[in-house]
Design a protein around this ligand. Structure first.
Ligand SMILES: Nc1ncnc2c1ncn2[C@@H]1O[C@H](COP(=O)(O)OP(=O)(O)OP(=O)(O)O)[C@@H](O)[C@H]1O
Length: 353
């Protein structure tokens, strides 16, 4: 599939473990509620200077932009809400990098949207900014009052209900979207800002070894000259097969970066997932960021009602955390080294490798 996101449909106006290691990778987000800038009157920009306004006022079917406001919370991009007479739009811009990152995000959002399972914003348009950089326009979702409900460990039954809904709908998405191309995705995307290689591969163990663990280990070795973790990690990869014995593995569509900052709920209380790093992979890999999500028992029991637990699930759990710990080492430095290294060493002991 081409990476061009012009294929995305236009909106209708109504569219509306290492469990002991609980370090969060990013600072907690501020409220998702938009900080409203002074509402501006109708803006009709010189079209060619502003492709965002141009799209909103043409394909977006608005005749008037009634206000714009900044939305906090993201680390990588600037986010804005555009209010119009055809509803609101959510827009992210990046002044430094071209549209490839947003094309990856848009294709991922669209693939998840098409499963009609869990709510995700429908992406509308990706493009370049005339002054350099890129943008993505998507459906604006009004979040419910407590954005963190799914992720706060609590005995409150209301919150439990929401966590169950998240588990069930995520499993429905995994069940609904299988790939006949194998493991990978149509486009390379990013995990944080690290490239994520998605070359289609017939075998999951090969894909995960080479394009997930192996790729991160190589980056660590290049960036930090850390040959100790590289060599032990490679030894784990060479001995990884027994961890998958008895498991039936299929290429399911994964969000790919499911942590609390990318999970919310809408005003009906239905779960919403955002900002993906999608690919087709083993469904269990979706829990690789669970150390930053606090899913809990209700979440997992609802999930497994739809996608039954496979033999060896517990044995593989840390293997899927490892990818994200290695990525955090690459992104944020050696503070994450010991978490990654202790997972690798535990496996080497367990596998007698
Ligand atoms: N479709 C949407 N509708 C309304 N608000 C949204 C939407 N998508 C994201 N947001 C809000 O905007 C904030 C920034 O979005 P997002 O997390 O995607 O930005 P980012 O900079 O790409 O993220 P990150 O730095 O985590 O990779 C989010 O915290 C969320 O509150």
């Amino acid at each position: 599939m081409a990476a061009n996101v012009a294929l995305l449909s236009a909106p209708s106006p109504s569219t509306s473990t290492a469990s002991s290691i609980l370090r969060r990778r990013r600072p907690p987000r501020r409220s998702a509620r938009p900080r409203r800038a002074a509402s501006r009157p109708s803006v009709v920009a010189a079209m060619s200077d502003d492709p965002i306004k141009e799209w909103i006022l043409t394909e977006g079917k608005a005749t008037q932009i009634t206000g714009t406001s900044s939305i906090g919370g993201g680390c990588i991009n600037a986010a804005q809400r555009y209010d119009t007479d055809a509803g609101s739009f959510f827009v992210k811009t990046n002044r430094r990098i071209g549209p490839a990152m947003f094309e990856g995000e848009a294709l991922g959002l669209k693939a998840m949207y098409d499963t009609k399972s869990i709510r995700v914003p429908l992406p509308y348009k990706v493009g370049s900014l005339p002054t350099g950089g890129s943008f993505i326009i998507m459906e604006f979702i009004q979040f419910g009052r407590s954005r963190g409900d799914q992720v706060t460990l609590s005995r409150n039954p209301f919150r439990s209900k929401k966590k169950s809904a998240l588990g069930r709908k995520l499993a429905e998405m995994h069940k609904a979207a299988k790939s006949d191309k194998g493991y990978g995705f149509y486009i390379e995307n990013t995990i944080g800002s690290t490239p994520q290689i998605n070359t289609w591969t017939a075998d999951w163990i090969e894909f995960y070894s080479k394009h997930r663990l192996g790729y991160q280990l190589k980056l660590i070795s290049q960036r930090f000259g850390d040959s100790a973790i590289y060599e032990k990690g490679q030894r784990l990869i060479d001995n990884i097969h027994p961890l998958f014995e008895g498991a039936v593995i299929e290429p399911c569509l994964l969000h790919g970066d499911l942590w609390s900052g990318n999970i919310s709920s809408d005003t009906n209380g239905d779960p919403v997932i955002l900002d993906p790093a999608c690919y087709y992979g083993h469904n269990e890999a979706e829990f690789g960021m669970s150390w930053c999500a606090g899913f809990g028992g209700d979440f997992y029991s609802s999930y497994f009602e739809v996608m039954p637990k496979q033999p060896g699930f517990e044995k593989r759990r840390d293997l899927y955390l490892l990818y994200h710990y290695l990525n955090h080492y690459n992104l944020f430095g050696s503070g994450y080294r010991s978490s990654a290294m202790s997972i690798i060493e535990d496996y080497l002991r367990m596998l007698k490798a």
